[in-house]
Design a protein around this ligand. Structure first.
Ligand SMILES: [Zn+2]
Length: 63
């Protein structure tokens, strides 16, 4: 089953995607109005990983 992915501004049909076809973030520019639509995978179970912990180790400069 395909879902119609539409532009958020003018509702033009951007593309069709099957369930699970979007595995990561997608940016697609609408050909009609030029809006850059940012799509992300819409999974029903989104409250599973709610960002586990705030870990500041990334980019830390302290030894
Ligand atoms: Zn548009």
């Amino acid at each position: 089953m395909l879902n119609n992915i539409r532009c958020g501004t003018c509702s033009a049909l951007l593309f069709k995607a099957g369930q699970g076809a979007i595995a990561n973030d997608i940016e697609i520019k609408c050909r009609r109005c030029g809006t850059l639509n940012h799509l992300r995978p819409c999974e029903p179970l989104h409250d599973r990983q709610e960002r586990p912990k705030r870990n500041n180790s990334c980019g830390s400069t302290s030894p």
